[in-house]
Design a protein around this ligand. Sequence first.
Ligand SMILES: C[S@@+](CC[C@H](N)C(=O)[O-])C[C@H]1O[C@@H](n2cnc3c(N)ncnc32)[C@H](O)[C@@H]1O
Length: 287
Amino acid sequence: MARGGDSFSHAVRPPGPREFEQIRQLAYRTFGLDLKPGKEELVSARLERLLRGGGFGSYNDYYRHVLADSTGESLMSLIDALTTNHTSFLREPDHFDFLRERVLPALVSRISVEIWSAACSSGEEVWTLLLLLREALPGPAIKVIGTDISRKALDLATRAIYPADRVRNLPPLWISSGFSADTGTPKCYSVRPGLRAQVAFRRLNLIEPFPWSQKFPVIFCRNVMIYFDRPTQQRVIAKLSASLEPGGYLFVGHAESFSGIEHNLEYVQPAVYRRSGGTKGGLWRAS
Ligand SMILES: C[S@@+](CC[C@H](N)C(=O)[O-])C[C@H]1O[C@@H](n2cnc3c(N)ncnc32)[C@H](O)[C@@H]1O
C-alpha cells in the first residue's frame, strides 16, 4: 500500500474505469447508491479529502484499505462522503399542509402518535414534523423517529443547532417556541431541550432489514430513493409499506416516481401514498 505518494499532490484525478467500477459496486452493495457512468468527477470531488488525508497513492489502494478495515470506520467515512445530505426546514411545503389538513385530524384522539422520518439527513425534516405535530395534536404524546445512514448527518441532527438563515422560513411562533437564539456570530438557533426529548435519532440503512416490527401511521421517506435503482426502490417501498399501519401514509419526494414499480399502496396525490384499510378498524378516526 503506497502511502504518502505524490500522485495526489495536485487535484485528485477522476478514477479510471476499473477504479470507478470498484467504488460503484461497493456503494451499491453497502447502501444502494446507484452511481451511473459519468459520475467519475463527482466521485473524485467527494473522495478527494479521504484520499489525500489517508495518503493513498491510488483509488485501488484506498479501496483495498476500506475493505480491509474491520472496524467499519473507513466504510462509514466513504458513505458520509458519497451521500447527498441536502435538506431544509419545511421542504416541499404542500406535504406539511396535507399532513395538517388531511392526516392529523384523524389522529387527534389517540393517546400517542409516533411517526418516522427515514433518511432525515441533518434533522430539519424531523424538527419540522415535530413542530407541526405539537401544534396540531395538543392531546397525544408525540414522538418523531429520525433515521439516516450517514453518521455525519445524524451528528448534525442530534446537535440541532442551525444558522439563522436556515430557520428563517419557519412560522415565527415555531421559531419562538421551538428554538433559542444562541449568542455569537454567525447567529444560530438551537432546538429547545423540551423538543429534543420528543425525538430519537438512530442510524438505519434502508437497504438492510429494518430493526423493528413497529407500524407507523405516517412515514416520510423523501429524496433518498432517487439515488437507488428500480429493484432497490421496489424492495425499500415494500418494507416501508409493511411498516405502515393499515390506512397509514407514506410521503416521498416530489421528484420520486413509483411508475414501473410494483407496490400495494394507494396513490393519494403527487408524492403521497396510503396503505389500504384502517378506517373501519378503529385505528383511524374518520377525519
Ligand atoms: C437528500 S437527503 C434527504 C433529506 C430529507 N429527507 C429531505 O427530503 O430533505 C438524502 C439522505 O438519504 C440518506 N441516505 C442515503 N442512502 C441511504 C440508505 N441506504 N439508508 C438510509 N439513508 C440513506 C443520506 O445520508 C441523506 O442524508
